[in-house]
Design a protein. Structure first.
Length: 94
């Protein structure tokens, strides 16, 4: 069974109204996963806030408003299981 691992880097800017969520998507062997769909959603309403795909190095970047918690980061790829990560605040996640 294949799993997706995510290294998520969330910088904290005190005076900024918009936040950036970025990270790298990797498989069980730490190989980057390209062309993974990355969707950022409001957890309660399931409304999509932002959407992108990872590049050839597995890197992705999304933007969101500072006060849209809780969030749900959904990562899908045709060759891997879907991964959902709940985001409660802007801290460094692994």
């Amino acid at each position: 069974m294949k799993f997706i691992y995510l290294i998520l880097l969330v910088p904290i800017f005190i005076f900024s109204q918009e936040k950036e969520i970025k990270g790298t998507i990797k498989d069980d062997f730490q190989n980057p996963i390209s062309l993974a769909n990355v969707q950022l959603k409001e957890k309660n309403t399931q409304k999509t806030i932002s959407f992108t795909q990872s590049n050839e190095n597995g890197f992705f970047k999304l933007k969101t408003a500072e006060n849209q918690f809780p969030l749900l980061l959904k990562i899908t790829h045709i060759s891997f299981e879907t991964k959902e990560i709940e985001i409660e605040n802007f801290e460094l996640l692994n």
